[in-house]
Design a protein around this ligand. Structure first.
Ligand code: UDP
Ligand code: BGC
Ligand code: MN
Length: 320
């Protein structure tokens, strides 16, 4: 039977169709997917107890983490976390902290690739030192600054940071953008068995994961795994693709990745203009697996211009 659709209804349907299409194309959660995760009750048993030598020689009883994890709560709104670094005297030169009254179970190197984001760096250091100390872990912040005018090479800066962190004996690396900050208190800054995508509930993506293989922003990986995959590619100049390349490397070695439940994985990204895209990124990514063993830690060449011990971070200035 033929039903005549009135003209006005036609226009309406068309409009609804156009709006739906715009929403579908423009909004970041359009490909939002659900993902497997380790729930809060299983986080503590998933964390790998591993520390640097100077921590293992401490003669105090071990810190406890059960309450910290169970008491996961929104802390990003706490004004005192943002205003200044509380009890700055607790932090050692180079941006290192270890609890004094108990022995930390986790030692983590936080590696931040950096160039010309002064305001973000200030906000990051203030918040993170306040945030991280309440987790009773041992950590040190390594800021790897690209000290040249070439296109930004995020992945190469991570390779450099990982190499330096390994020299300091860190068993666990957290590769961390300077503009991302965790919102809830128990996003534990420690490694688990598999490399972990930590910022899977990011406000920029409306707290959804845009695609399963997203492995950028903040990730944890053990120093051994990072060596096993030959680090990251040195060939991505400019924005994009290098984190997807990292994902390919991890999968090629059949290591796999994991995430924590969204309540633990919420992050905010500070606002900034988009960076210049790397037009070559898709082509590079296509050959990621093939290049893995020749391009990475094994082919890393750079010049360390200076290493400075700031009160809040270890500053490594490099020419790429
Ligand atoms: N970055 C930087 N200076 C730059 C470009 C990038 O310090 O000029 C660092 C910084 O840590 C930043 C990260 O690289 O958070 C990732 O770049 P961006 O934030 O532009 O990428 P997004 O994830 O926002 O797309
Ligand atoms: C890029 C990644 C980026 C992601 C999210 C992808 O297209 O290749 O580098 O992290 O989009 O912005
Ligand atoms: Mn960003």
């Amino acid at each position: 039977m033929f039903v005549r659709i009135p003209y006005r209804l036609h226009i309406w349907l068309l409009n609804i169709g156009i709006v739906t299409l715009i929403v579908y194309l423009a909004l970041p959660f359009r490909f939002a997917s659900h993902y497997d995760y380790i729930d809060g009750a299983h986080i503590e048993e998933a964390l790998l107890p591993q520390v640097t030598l100077n921590v293992s020689l401490q003669e105090v009883f071990e810190c406890t983490y059960t309450d910290i994890i169970a008491n996961n709560r929104f802390v990003y709104s706490s004004a005192h976390y943002h205003e200044n670094v509380q009890h700055e005297e607790e932090i050692r030169p180079g941006g290192e902290f270890m609890p004094e009254h108990c022995q930390a179970r986790y030692s983590t190197a936080i590696i931040v690739p950096y160039r010309q984001r002064e305001k973000q760096l200030h906000a990051f250091l203030t918040y993170m030192h306040n945030y991280l100390r309440q987790q009773l872990i041992h950590y040190r912040i390594f800021l790897v600054e690209q000290y040249d005018q070439k296109p930004f090479n995020r992945a190469m800066l991570f390779n450099i940071g990982a190499k330096v962190a390994a020299e300091y004996g860190f068993p666990c690396l957290i590769l961390h953008d300077v503009d991302l900050m965790p919102l809830n208190s128990a996003q534990m800054y420690a490694c688990v068995e598999k490399p972990r995508h930590m910022c899977s509930a990011l406000d920029h993506w409306r707290f959804h994961l845009p695609y399963q293989g997203l492995f950028g922003g903040v990730v944890s990986i053990t120093t051994l795994q990072f060596k096993q995959i030959n680090g990251m590619s040195n060939l991505y100049h400019g924005w994009g693709g290098e984190d997807d390349d990292l994902y390919v490397r991890i999968m090629a070695e059949a290591i796999g990745i994991c995430r924590f439940e969204p309540e633990y994985s919420a992050y905010t990204m500070l606002k900034h203009k988009p960076e210049h895209r790397n037009e070559n990124r898709v082509a590079l990514l296509r050959a990621a697996k093939m290049r893995q063993h020749m391009d990475g830690l094994s082919s890393l060449v750079y010049k360390e211009v200076e290493r400075r011990m700031h009160s809040l971070f270890t500053h490594i200035l490099v020419e790429t």
